[in-house]
Design a protein around this ligand. Structure first.
Ligand code: M6R
Length: 608
């Protein structure tokens, strides 16, 4: 949940670290800090609040000279977001400074041990024990001290280490937290995310769990957990600097909403050749596919809701039972999963702790794992049996948009491909679905263009204390995502209900002027949802409907209507979600919220 960055070279480290932290801020933004080694001494500067405060305090880094350094932007877990709890943390003798992303689960007994040995603690963090362990184990050789230290740690850590006795040297350690090394010329870097590296280098080394690296301006040596130097491939970073910048938009979220036609095209186009879907990284034979008795989809947050929408396509086309289970529940359940289960793991970041744990649990029961992931080289992508990338490009806003729609279209491709191989599609159905699939990028663009009236609608709804989102079947799946978008960026209470369930309790909450957002894009069930619209209106609700262009029945019943282009039911969530994303965006803007960095949240949830 935190962002870490490190630099060693001949330039000034601080401005570079600050630049990197700005790019990583979406991972956590409670506090920020840097430690720079200059003239044999480590200088630490840290502030609670955003990276901008740190830039101001250090005069954009000019006040902290030195050419080796580490930086951190924090999402607080242990201890409040104060200056003292901010990273980097420094050893009592001032020799070591560290930054850490992750959680040390056994920090309490280690803290007791270190206190008993006379070490003093400044912060309430779990991290601080690491720097005191380093001091304790240091006998002139950092590598040995690092190895002895990490041998004592339980939990997850992307760790950056700076030592005053080794100018120009950094150590970076990875265990269950992302850590990438940037390979430069005469300078080297590490970061928890490639977005912090793209301005400086396109060459990266992805560390695996248990590995650590020694970085100097002249080179990088990677070691395995026993301290043996190992060869690691250098990969090319495909993301561009522009992709990781706002490019004239007021917010990353708006930019990413607008990027959806291109992102969805990038997810679909390379996988359709000669009128056929080719999933290069999941090219199973019909026999292999027949061996799966059921599909389980697991994920968190919006990725889970993408799974809910994808289930309809998979079940309807493939006729295989599909369960969608929250990763945080699956990991502690006693799931009925075995070698005849195909587990589909959805994750934009590929680093979500609950999702990783659920995947491990299911795999231990024999399931085969297909990951649908955006971030190349991420933990989930690397540990699955097969990985289908969503190719959405960097997603910086905490609220996912293009991450969600690209997950959806990959699930659609998958459903069509499996169904076809299993012989479950009638002859003319496959080309018809493929036709719709290939139109999706353009239709998403149309859905964006058709909704220029949303800022005005947002003014009508932004002061509501509570919003209800309703829909049936595929529409309900979209309603779930719409409500989450609204909650997380506008802080308005929003709940989603299967429209048919209203009368079983929730309708008691409907009063004069209660806003109800009704998704009516499932051509088979729209009439049923209209009945529910009529029911809530009879109790005073104000209804904003999402419907297909020219749907006169809806116009007659709803107070306001947002239109999307017409498409077959199965793929309709990919279009219906667009106005809901925009509505949440404009409502949040109307309420003056920090849209890209909503309170209490972080982009990548690497803690339980
Ligand atoms: O990176 P992941 O897709 O695994 O993330 C899952 C959720 O944390 C994520 O979708 C979260 O719910 C977003 N903030 C929703 O916009």
């Amino acid at each position: 949940m935190c962002g870490i960055v490190g630099y060693t070279g001949s330039g000034q480290a601080a401005p570079l670290l600050l630049e990197g932290l700005k790019r990583l801020e979406y991972r956590g933004y409670d506090s920020a800090g840097i430690a720079v080694l200059g003239d044999g001494e480590i200088t630490v500067e840290k502030v609670s609040g955003k990276v901008a405060g740190l830039c101001e305090k250090t005069r954009d880094g000019a006040a902290v000279p030195g050419s080796t350094g580490i930086g951190h932007t924090r999402w607080a877990t242990h201890g409040a977001p104060t200056d003292t709890n901010a990273h980097p943390h420094v050893s009592n003798d001032g020799r070591f400074a560290i930054v850490h992303n992750g959680i040390i689960e056994n920090y309490a007994p280690l803290r007791e041990e270190l206190l008993a040995r006379g070490y003093t603690f400044e912060s309430e963090t779990d991290t601080e024990i690491i720097v005191h362990l380093l001091e304790m184990y240091y006998e002139g050789d950092i590598k040995t001290a690092v190895m002895k230290t990490v041998a004592r740690l339980e939990g997850s850590y992307g760790l950056g280490v700076l030592c005053s006795e080794r100018p120009g040297t950094l150590f970076a350690v990875k265990e269950a937290s992302p850590l990438i090394l940037g390979v430069g010329v005469g300078e080297n870097y590490f970061a928890s995310d490639v977005t912090a590296l793209v301005s400086y280098t396109k060459n990266a080394i992805y560390l695996d769990d248990g590995e650590f690296a020694e970085l100097t301006p002249g080179g990088i040596t990677v070691y395995d957990c026993s301290g043996r130097a190992i060869e690691k491939p250098v990969s090319r970073i495909t993301w561009t600097v522009e992709a990781a910048e706002k490019g004239g938009y007021a917010h990353f979220m708006l930019k990413e909403i607008m990027e959806q036609p291109a992102a969805v095209r990038a997810a679909i186009a390379p996988r359709v050749r000669d009128g056929e879907i080719r999933l290069e990284d999941f090219d199973l034979t019909p026999e292999e596919l027949h061996s799966f008795r059921k599909i389980v989809i697991t994920a968190c947050g919006s990725a889970y809701y993408a799974g809910c929408a994808g289930k309809y396509a998979l079940e309807s086309l493939c006729r295989i039972p599909v369960e969608v289970v929250l990763a945080s529940e699956l990991r502690y359940g006693d799931p009925l999963i075995d070698e005849q289960t195909l587990l589909i793991v959805l994750s934009q970041s590929g680093e979500t702790a609950d999702t990783i744990a659920a995947m491990k649990e299911c795999r231990s029961r024999g399931a085969k794992v297909l990951a649908v992931v955006n971030v190349v080289g991420s933990t989930i992508a690397k540990s699955a049996d097969w990985t289908l990338y969503t190719w959405a490009g960097p997603e910086i806003a905490v609220a996912t948009t293009k991450g969600y729609t690209t997950q959806l279209v990959v699930l659609y491709l998958l459903a069509m491909d499996i169904a076809r191989k299993l012989g479950k599609l009638e002859d003319d159905r496959y080309p018809a679905l493929l036709y719709d699939m290939l139109r999706l990028p353009r239709l998403i663009q149309n859905a964006i263009d058709m909704n220029s009236g949303l800022p005005a609608l947002a003014k009508k709804y932004h002061s509501s204390p509570s919003l209800f989102f309703i829909g049936r079947n595929t529409d309900w799946a979209v309603a779930l995502e719409g409500a989450l978008k609204m909650k997380e960026i506008s802080y308005i209470h929003a709940e989603s209900y299967a429209a048919g369930e209203l009368k079983h309790g929730t309708i008691a909450l409907i009063e004069e002027n209660t806003p109800v957002i009704a998704v009516c894009c499932n051509e088979h069930l729209a009439d049923k949802t209209i009945s529910n619209i009529v029911e809530v209106k009879a109790r005073g609700a104000r209804v904003l409907a999402v419907a297909f262009r020219e749907d006169r029945k809806i116009v007659a019943q709803a107070n306001d209507v947002i239109f999307i282009p017409r498409i077959g039911t199965l793929f309709s969530p990919a279009l219906a979600v667009i106005p809901l994303q925009l509505l949440a965006y404009y409502v949040a803007r109307e309420n003056g919220c920090d849209i890209d960095k909503p309170k209490n949240l972080a982009k990548s949830v690497t803690v339980e």
